[in-house]
Design a binder for this molecule. Structure first.
Ligand SMILES: [Zn+2]
Length: 188
């Protein structure tokens, strides 16, 4: 999947690195030729770094069978995240929390929500108007229990987190209604 960068000619390097210096007296053609190996190395490294960074953001899906999840999670965590359960309202650890920090997935540790998007919805579940990043969560149509809702899942391990509704506050107008038990708050 990761395509390695071919070794570049001097001209190509000039195109990749925005070196206005290239034409200046500081970089004669000879100097550039001498440095071509070093520049190629730097470009290759940057290329690899970018791929690593993309990999870290996109991530590989984490897949475990139910026995493994059961071993790792408490009964409540398992019920909510792996069996699409819902904790009773006003019972969760983070319903009222205003502590600054990052809410991570209880199953895989991926950052999901930030405290600065949390608001008091009165629903009895922790509510956020946006995820920590666009890639952090995935949503899916959910027609269970005779309702038309949009399920919210962790994009990395498919943990069921809760649902998203369009009656939230600005700036997004969205309300991510999330089970406390699916989250773990890492304080700032
Ligand atoms: Zn997860």
């Amino acid at each position: 999947m990761c395509r390695s960068l071919p070794t570049l000619t001097v001209k190509e390097i000039a195109r990749h690195v925005n070196l206005s210096l290239l034409g200046s007296k500081y970089y004669s053609g000879m100097q550039l030729k001498r440095q071509r190996g070093t520049l190629n190395l730097i470009l290759q490294k940057n290329h690899q770094k970018r791929h690593l960074a993309e990999g870290a953001v996109m991530g590989e899906k984490i897949r475990k069978d139910s026995a493994e999840w059961k071993q790792q999670l408490t009964q409540n965590q398992y019920f909510v995240t792996r069996q699409k359960g819902t904790e009773p309202p006003f019972t969760g650890e983070y319903d009222d929390t205003e502590t600054q920090g990052t809410y991570k997935c209880v199953c895989c540790g991926q950052p999901l929500f930030r405290s600065d998007t949390k608001f008091h919805s009165g629903s009895g579940w922790p509510s956020f108007y946006a995820p920590a990043s666009e890639e952090a969560v995935e949503s899916e149509a959910d027609t269970s229990h005779g309702m038309r809702r949009t399920e919210v899942k962790c994009s990395r391990c498919d943990a069921h987190l809760g649902h998203v509704f369009d009656d939230g506050p600005q700036p997004t107008g969205m309300r991510y209604c999330i089970n406390s038990v699916a989250l773990e708050l890492e304080e700032d």
